[in-house]
Design a protein around this ligand. Structure first.
Ligand code: ADP
Ligand code: MG
Length: 717
């Protein structure tokens, strides 16, 4: 093995300088500016980053299976020599290029097949040694691997790249596995000894985790698969521990803020409000309302997330909280992601609270000038008790007289910055954020680890599950017939047209076109309305009013109706091209019906293509369950944690200065998340500021990983 200073010539002359963990990776042996630029694409900028660039997986190349032993369906790694390579375009499949290589290992022949990667033919040269990794298929007397990962190896390289357990990294073009492997190995030799151990001894012992030096070596170049797994566990744990420390400290920082608004007693108003409702509150609503009431009388501002499935009655909880705030002498604000939803909330709150003497106003982007000035003035001088709006609420001009409570509905639709901006309109106001997209508990620990969480886990009584069906496009006439029969019984229906991602304009046009086609055809004698995102406010309001008043039988709409719309008389939701919607989006859309006493239906129209297995499973999940938590779990499994959480987690974490989890997988590693949470709580209980000397390294690691300086002042979210 090479020692420092003995870099092989192919790696150029790196200056023989002492590395420490913060040294730019450019100075690591064998790197230099060009490779440093490529490494930067992998998120690696320092020596530490390089060492912490954990392999995507390791491959046991110490005991490779002979080709003749390969079993159909197994995922295997084989090594052999490339024989004939053929590239061709099969007739009748326009645009498809197939590359086939025969690989032999003396025991048999394996046919590797790649699709549409014409450049491969240049790399797969006859006579070279190659390692292939992929799923084996035995068909038509042949042993095949479709689209395997491959790596060319040179004879005589057996020590590092074959004949042992080797790491396989996420790669970028221009950095081969061999270069990555060699670079990591050299850097381990040069720098691993100086990476400081920061995990407290006690925690390391408790979970039987290797020390950092051992773990770094074993995670990259393990002696056995077991030592690799143990090393990986350590990094998963340390990452999650840091994250939980960060979130808990954030929470503590918020909780340490003194309350500036002290509410008077509004219990009499609240009692009257509830007594006047046409239905009793659910148990879950009572519980959550009590949790919020307790928050509002604590000496620190509230920071609570309310999650509850579509239709669980979150609006009423928000209305109660707002009433408490206003009755207690302050103003409230409610922000919703679309003008339609804001308009609806305005109506609901107005109808619910006006009788109790409250003034509710609406502030959205499309208001006429005079009305807008009036609304701004009312918010400023305190005449408006509750201001409902879209992100128009956070514009510079908007000022409140005395803002006590901020409610954000469908909060996952907002950027972190927008929520923060609303909060800034007051002086440490109470904050309630609401979401209808439930997430499994362990994920909530990460995503919302710094919030208190309330859950509405009960739907109002009398709701029957929405009957859900999938239908091919050829059955559209029958679907329309069914819609007609529902309308004949006095009900209303939605038809959601396909998503057109490229443009709102095209999407609006497609809604208009569908609406007029239906009005002139299948629904000639019905009243067809249309709703899309580009309609002027007045027209949209008119459409919503007409729908509510029962003057529209069938509403053709874009996904603008996805969130919040609440028309109890609507009983049919038809979704066109349903296979192109995400699972949680379908669930939200379905949630627009089944809100009243009548039996409700959701019909998903799609011709699912044979190869679209995920699309088919999404639709199957919709048919199988109406439970938002199960849907979320399915969604998670189908998309993987990364994508599922993608946007949301990134946004949530970024507000803490954390980029993203690089190592831990929140689904697979959920047990470690629980450990990390508990341990972080324990550490902070004894040493809330991580000020003790035994935690100095921990505090430093936190700073390095998440830029811990932002913990105290990141008052956002
Ligand atoms: P979401 O949680 O999806 O925002 P909403 O607040 O829009 O749900 O409530 C859905 C529907 O359920 C509304 O029509 C609302 O009036 C009704 N609702 C709310 N609470 C109850 C209850 N306790 N009993 C019966 N109906 C209720
Ligand atoms: Mg809602």
């Amino acid at each position: 093995m090479n020692r420092p200073g003995q870099a092989p010539p192919e790696y150029g002359a790196a200056p023989p300088r002492a590395l420490d963990a913060d040294t730019p990776v450019r100075y690591a042996r064998g790197v230099g500016p060009a490779r440093a630029a490529l490494l930067a694409e992998l998120g690696v900028s320092t020596v530490r980053d390089l060492l912490y660039m954990l392999p995507r997986r390791v491959e046991d190349r110490s005991r490779l299976r002979p080709i003749y032993e390969l079993q159909h369906g197994a995922v295997e790694t084989v090594q052999g020599t490339i024989g004939a390579v053929r590239q061709f375009r099969p007739r009748g499949r326009r645009g498809l290029v197939i590359t086939r290589a025969a690989v032999t290992d003396g025991s048999g022949v394996l046919h590797a097949v790649w699709y549409n990667q014409p450049y491969l033919a240049r790399h797969l040269t006859h006579g070279r040694a190659v390692v292939l990794h992929g799923r084996v298929a035995r068909r038509a007397g042949e042993i095949q691997m479709a689209a395997p990962e491959f790596e060319l190896v040179d004879h005589g390289e057996e020590t590092l790249h074959v004949g042992r357990i080797v790491p396989v990294y996420r790669s970028t073009s221009g950095l081969s596995q061999r270069v990555l492997r060699t670079t990591v190995l050299h850097t381990l030799d040069d720098a691993a000894p100086i990476v400081r151990e920061w995990l407290p001894e006690g925690l390391r012992r408790r979970h039987r985790l290797p020390d950092v030096g051992t773990a770094l070596r074993q995670v990259h170049f393990p002696d056995t698969l077991e030592t690799h797994a143990a090393a990986r566990r350590r990094f998963v744990y340390e990452e999650l521990l840091l994250l939980e420390l960060l979130l808990l400290r954030q929470k503590a920082a918020w909780e340490a803020e003194p309350r500036t608004i002290h509410y008077g007693d509004a219990s009499e108003l609240v009692t009257r409000f509830h007594a006047g409702l046409p239905f009793p509150l659910t148990q879950a609503q009572r519980r959550v309302i009590a949790e919020i009431a307790a928050d509002l009388s604590r000496p620190h501002p509230m920071n609570r997330l309310l999650q509850g499935d579509v239709g669980s009655g979150k609006t009423l909880v928000a209305a109660t909280a707002l009433l408490q705030c206003v009755g207690g002498g302050a103003q409230g604000a409610l922000m919703a992601p679309t003008e339609i939803l804001a308009g609806q909330h305005y109506l609901t709150l107005h109808n619910l609270l006006e009788a109790l003497g409250l003034t509710v106003i609406l502030l959205v982007g499309g208001l006429p000038r005079a009305a807008r000035q009036e609304a701004l003035q009312a918010a400023r001088d305190g005449r408006a008790d509750i201001v409902v709006g879209t992100h128009a609420l956070i514009e510079e001009e908007v000022e409140f007289h005395r803002l006590g409570l901020v409610v954000v509905d469908e909060q996952h639709r907002f950027g972190v910055g927008q929520r923060a901006a609303l909060r800034q309109k007051g002086d440490c106001p109470d904050v309630l954020v609401m979401t209808a997209t439930p997430i499994p508990r362990t994920l909530a620990l990460t995503l919302y680890g710094d919030l208190d969480v309330s859950t509405l886990d009960e739907l109002p009584p009398g709701r029957t599950p929405v009957k859900t069906y999938t239908r091919p496009t050829s059955r559209r006439p029958q679907v329309y017939e069914f819609v007609r029969s529902q309308v004949a019984q006095g009900r209303q229906a939605y038809i959601v047209c396909p998503v057109i991602e490229e443009s709102d304009k095209l999407q609006a046009e497609s809604a208009l076109a569908l609406a007029s086609r239906l009005q002139d055809g299948a629904f000639r004698d019905l009243r067809v309305g249309v709703l899309h995102g580009r309609m002027p406010v007045e027209k949209r309001d008119a459409a919503m009013r007409a729908l509510r008043a029962g003057e529209i039988d069938v509403l053709v709409a874009t996904t603008v109706i996805e969130v919040g719309i609440d028309i109890p008389n609507a009983t049919v939701m038809v979704v066109e091209d349903a296979d192109r919607f995400g699972l949680s989006q379908l669930h939200q859309l379905r949630g627009r019906v089944g809100r009243g006493a009548h039996e409700a239906y959701c019909i998903l129209i799609a011709d699912v293509k044979e190869e679209d297995e995920v699309g088919a499973r999404r639709l199957a999940a919709m048919v199988e369950t109406g439970d938002g938590f199960r849907i979320a779990q399915h969604d998670l499994e189908l998309r993987g944690a990364g994508e599922f959480l993608g946007e949301r987690r990134q946004a949530e974490l970024r507000q803490h200065g954390a980029s993203d989890l690089r190592i831990a997988n929140l689904v697979r590693d959920h047990e470690w998340l629980e450990h990390a949470r508990r341990d972080a709580e324990e550490v902070l209980r004894g040493d809330p500021d991580l000020a003790r000397s035994e935690h100095a390294d921990l505090a430093e690691a936190l700073r390095l990983r998440f830029g811990g300086a932002r913990v105290e002042n990141a008052r956002v979210g």
